[in-house]
Design a protein around this ligand. Structure first.
Ligand code: FES
Length: 56
């Protein structure tokens, strides 16, 4: 599922980045440019990253 429509970043990609050590929205943004256009995906991504890190 696409989370960031503007930059075409999927939940799968976010999961992969967390597996590789991403712990924040800033980490995801640095790698993918997610959230750098309209910004609507930021809240959902922040929540996802927090939950995925809590599961690890
Ligand atoms: Fe992510 Fe627009 S949906 S920047």
């Amino acid at each position: 599922m696409i989370i960031c429509i503007c930059k075409r970043v999927s939940d799968r990609e976010i999961r992969r980045l967390v597996d590789e050590g991403a712990t924040s929205l800033a980490d995801i943004r640095r790698e993918t440019e997610l959230g750098t256009q309209c910004g609507k995906c930021a809240c959902e991504t922040r929540r996802m990253v927090r939950e995925l890190n809590a599961d690890q």
